[in-house]
Design a binder for this molecule. Sequence first.
Ligand SMILES: Cc1cc2nc3c(=O)[nH]c(=O)nc-3n(C[C@H](O)[C@H](O)[C@H](O)COP(=O)(O)OP(=O)(O)OC[C@H]3O[C@@H](n4cnc5c(N)ncnc54)[C@H](O)[C@@H]3O)c2cc1C
Length: 279
Amino acid sequence: MIEPYSNISEEIYQQLKDIVGDEFISKDLEILWCYAFDGTIFKENTVPEIVILPENKDEISEILKIANKNKIILIPRGSGTSLSGGPISVFGGGIILDLTRMNKILSIDIPNNLTVVEPGVICDDLNFELNKYEYFFPPDPASSCICTIGGMVANNSGGVQAFKYGVTKDYVMSLEVVLADGQIINIGSSVRKSVSSYNFTGLFVGSEGTLGVITKIGLKVIPLPKSRKMGLFIFDSIESIIQAVIELRKKGIIPNLLEFMDETTTKASFEYLGGDFLS
Ligand SMILES: Cc1cc2nc3c(=O)[nH]c(=O)nc-3n(C[C@H](O)[C@H](O)[C@H](O)COP(=O)(O)OP(=O)(O)OC[C@H]3O[C@@H](n4cnc5c(N)ncnc54)[C@H](O)[C@@H]3O)c2cc1C
């Protein structure tokens, strides 16, 4: 264990077990190994000492108080798809706090274009529910079928539709966060024209779990587009593509995504799909 952090004694393990119950804490090596990875390449010495799956903010608050008092590393984790090592214990040891049990959609408030969710809700699951109201949450990382909203907020995730719709930070209205000392704070507002105070919400979006554990998220949602059209255009130079994009923007036409395929990629797609993607 690196200085100044401590190992987890049997006494502390018992205290943590009392908070979440026997079923939701583990120090079995085969379980710990599952948490030694994220979407990055294999690393050595990233096995935590214990994994805890809390159910609510009060449990998280108690866990953080113990970790803070005893100088124990604690890393929040969603689905572990990060491409930057955020949800793993980079020096080994410590507690991985797996938030996937906290996966409830708490409210969908269409008149106010809002939804409130727990951090472990999967992005596509949220959109599945919102689509029933013809609404959606636009940020679309390629991992949306598995990544959690908590992980998206902590990584400020975005995807190919960011050109039109922006990224996660553009949709976070409010957060409930448990700080390192166990204090629970509520920041942001459900009101779009809230202008008072510092932008604390913006500070937590993209903080990769370093500032606290996000336990509740208020998100702006928007109506699904009424119709969709796809166009395919063939250009003879990269310069003319750039010019076309500039002209589109000048005319106020904002496609939800623009994909540029060079000759090699187009040929590879043709070979793979047998040309069918043009029909
Ligand atoms: C195939 C693939 C495609 C991807 N495509 C994209 C893409 O298009 N765009 C993009 O932006 N990213 C992409 N990613 C990266 C990653 O999927 C996203 O950043 C995703 O949002 C992470 O969510 P997660 O639930 O897996 O979080 P995790 O990987 O578990 O955690 C990510 C970070 O958030 C912190 N964290 C998680 N939950 C909380 C919480 N409740 N409170 C505080 N901190 C928390 C963790 O400590 C960690 O630092 C991709 C990854 C893969 C493997």
